[in-house]
Design a protein around this ligand. Structure first.
Ligand code: SF4
Length: 107
């Protein structure tokens, strides 16, 4: 994907992954021009947060999911949102009154 399509400065929005939907297919990794994503294994202690359907889905896919270690680089082009076949990604605002939302900082 062309990074020139990303017009927002980094740090305003970031992708959040619905853990009950993600199947770790990696389309987000492929399309993101700013290397925000990687696919890895959902840790065992985070699997308990999932719904029953999410657990079944996670088990079926070897607990592979997308993560956002480089979320601060997101420039809100929306390519990942469109590319995800499971509709698991949404873009959310990271700042409220100039502060980062700490609840989103560890994904
Ligand atoms: S919107 Fe998605 S594809 Fe675009 S920069 Fe952000 S994380 Fe990458």
């Amino acid at each position: 994907m062309d990074a020139r399509e990303c017009r927002q400065p980094p740090g305003l929005l970031r992708p959040v992954i619905d853990r009950n939907r993600c199947e770790g297919k990696g389309d987000c990794v492929a399309v993101c021009p700013h290397d925000v994503f990687l696919v890895g294994t959902l840790p065992a202690n985070r699997r308990q947060e999932l719904s029953l359907f999410g657990k079944l889905r996670g088990y079926a896919h070897g607990w592979q999911q997308a993560f956002t270690p480089n979320a601060d680089a997101c420039r809100a082009c929306g390519h990942c949102v469109k590319a995800c076949p499971e509709r698991a990604i949404t873009l959310v605002r990271t700042r409220h009154n100039g502060r980062h939302d700490a609840s989103l900082a560890a994904d």
